[in-house]
Design a protein. Structure first.
Length: 107
């Protein structure tokens, strides 16, 4: 099985695919947001800097909120089980907050 994760704006889609037949077994869609732990910084020259380390998104699908870790040097995404990140994502989703970009407020 292969799990594929797509995002576009605040849309998220997961596809579970049979690696041998390449057939999609299941597709789920939901809302994708940048996790509060990921904040790009505004530089004096007007550019933005990544925070360093992994970046995090969270998505809510069928009422379930999960955190996706995007490794710093690329590679496959991972579902995070970091309790603090998951707790913050669930609280953010419960408040109805969703950032479509990883930039700090007031850009």
């Amino acid at each position: 099985m292969t799990l594929t994760y797509w995002t576009s704006g605040d849309n998220a889609e997961f596809e579970l695919i049979d690696r041998h037949t390449k057939r999609t077994i299941k597709t789920k869609r939901g809302v994708n947001c940048w996790h509060p732990a990921t904040r790009y910084r505004h530089n004096p020259d007007g550019t933005w800097s990544q925070p360093g380390g992994s970046e995090y998104n969270f998505m809510t699908i069928d009422g379930i909120t999960e955190v996706v870790e995007l490794p710093e040097h690329g590679g496959p995404f991972r579902m995070s089980n970091n309790e603090a990140l998951v707790r913050e994502a669930k609280a953010t989703a419960a408040r109805g907050e969703c950032r479509n970009e990883p930039y700090e407020a007031g850009r």
